[in-house]
Design a protein around this ligand. Sequence first.
Ligand SMILES: NC(=O)c1ccc[n+]([C@@H]2O[C@H](COP(=O)([O-])OP(=O)(O)OC[C@H]3O[C@@H](n4cnc5c(N)ncnc54)[C@H](OP(=O)(O)O)[C@@H]3O)[C@@H](O)[C@H]2O)c1
Length: 235
Amino acid sequence: MKEKVLITGAGRGLGYELTKHFFNHEYEIFPVVRDPDHADKLQKEFPSCKPIIVDITEDSSMEKIQSTVTKYTNVIDIVINNAGIPGREYKFEKVSISEMNEAIQIHCFGVIRVVQAALPILKNAKNPRVINVSSRLGSLTKMASGEFKKRKFAYSYRVAKAAQNMLSICMSNELEEYGISVNSIHPGKIKTRTAASDADLEPHEAAENIFKWVEKLEKGESRIYAEPGVGKLPW
Ligand SMILES: NC(=O)c1ccc[n+]([C@@H]2O[C@H](COP(=O)([O-])OP(=O)(O)OC[C@H]3O[C@@H](n4cnc5c(N)ncnc54)[C@H](OP(=O)(O)O)[C@@H]3O)[C@@H](O)[C@H]2O)c1
């Protein structure tokens, strides 16, 4: 068995394909899902994996993640914060605070909960890596350039992913003290439920690009914002 990896949003879409990819390369997987049926399906398909059923928007998820993982191991090598929701309103006058809250809860606070839960045993890894699945739409530089001006992307999604990017940078600045790298990726425009109108990538292709990128990541390589298989993005 290779390294141990915890993947959120593992029940479908990109998270499922990442789970499959890492499993096929003999990693030990802790897939985080909120639907028990997804947990059963993963357990059948990838027998060595240890699904954790939690909603990462709830504080109680931290204790459950920590207690489940530490039942099996005292080391986690890789945490992939993949769970996410797309958001809805793209017109400022229609934006609701509840939608904004929902997006920040998952893309930002969810990442905090999961990494805080894993941190004590991430510190025990030889090359600990946190990968935050962000989006090109979280790039302040790209957004400010006007690149997406005419596109109908949700406020909640863009703001939450930009906040997540800042969180990634802050975490990477601090956690390098423990040798933990924190990087942010745009996974590509994938044909999933979250898909943009210009989606052009199958989930398994995106997962393969990410897998190769993560495997190549050298110890200490941190604060990178990139599209695996393509190149770096401006924060
Ligand atoms: N698709 C794209 O083109 C694209 C582009 C850029 C970035 N991304 C990012 O890539 C990531 C994966 O997206 P995807 O395209 O695979 O989307 P997806 O098919 O909609 O999958 C999203 C996953 O997140 C999980 N999730 C949502 N809320 C959750 C919660 N509160 N607690 C636990 N899990 C939760 C979902 O679980 P359930 O099955 O229980 O709902 C699902 O497994 C997201 O962060 C997304 O923002 C996607």
